[in-house]
Design a protein around this ligand. Structure first.
Ligand code: GRF
Length: 231
């Protein structure tokens, strides 16, 4: 079993900033794994674009610095992203996790952090980028669905997939039941992907592909429901 080290960067744990907009259940999964000793990161801070995001409460309970940057005060997306970039720089993150962050980032901000920014998306990308993924899977009659962690690139939900987990679509599923089943898997794959980043095993290469242990990921690593998440 690969013992998490993650102490790159002159012997310090990687600094992880997390961006949220809502419940923060993915943030909570990261906090829980870090507290269990399975995710060698230090939380640099949590930024939300909504003051009412419950994820802010989760961060405060874990003693993590929180910032709210409402998008209301900014007419142009680029102005908001400039302010967000300034907040991020102040946190000095090595890694950034978008975790239920419901804003589309401008190319400038993405490019400033490309290769250090991950997102979790509730579909088996490249299927269903964008919103309403669970309903779309149901409407398409898919027999399976799931979640994907991918590098963030300027193309919305288009960055190279890193790890996926699949769930069955069941006959009596509606979007909420399916979303709940997917969310459980999100909480497995996000800590795993960030562990790989913290250990500097996962990287986004100049060829635009993701590499894990210097192996090009032409397909994401796929976790099955019963499989113990490999580290
Ligand atoms: C999750 O389905 C995530 O994939 C999507 O937002 C939902 C809520 O995430 N991006 P969280 O509970 O706020 O982490």
């Amino acid at each position: 079993m690969h013992q998490p080290t993650g102490k790159g960067r002159d012997g310090q744990y990687a600094r992880l900033a997390v961006l949220i907009s809502g419940s923060g259940s993915n943030l909570q999964a990261l906090i829980d794994e870090q507290q269990r000793g399975n995710l060698p990161v230090q939380f640099a801070g949590v930024i939300s674009n909504r003051a009412d995001a419950f994820g802010l409460e989760r961060a405060k309970r874990a003693g993590i610095e929180t910032k709210v940057l409402s998008h209301r005060g900014y007419g142009k997306r680029a102005d908001y992203d400039a302010a967000l970039g300034t907040l991020l720089e102040a946190l000095r993150p090595d890694l950034i996790a978008l975790a239920g962050f419901m804003r589309i980032l401008t190319d400038g901000l993405v490019q400033a952090w490309e290769g250090r920014m991950l997102n979790i998306h509730p579909s088996l990308l490249p299927r269903y980028p964008g919103l309403q993924t669970h309903q779309r899977a149901l409407d398409a009659g898919d027999s399976e669905h799931g979640a994907t962690v991918h590098f963030v690139t300027p193309e919305l939900d288009g960055g190279p997939p890193v790890v996926q987990a699949k769930v069955p679509v069941l006959p009596d599923d509606d979007a909420d039941r399916l979303a709940a089943r997917v969310l459980v898997q999100e909480h497995r794959i996000y800590p795993l992907a960030l562990l790989w980043m913290a250990e500097e095993r996962l990287r986004l290469a100049a060829d635009g592909a993701a590499y894990l242990d210097n192996r090009r990921l032409d397909q994401p690593v796929v976790l099955t429901a019963e499989q113990r998440a490999p580290s």
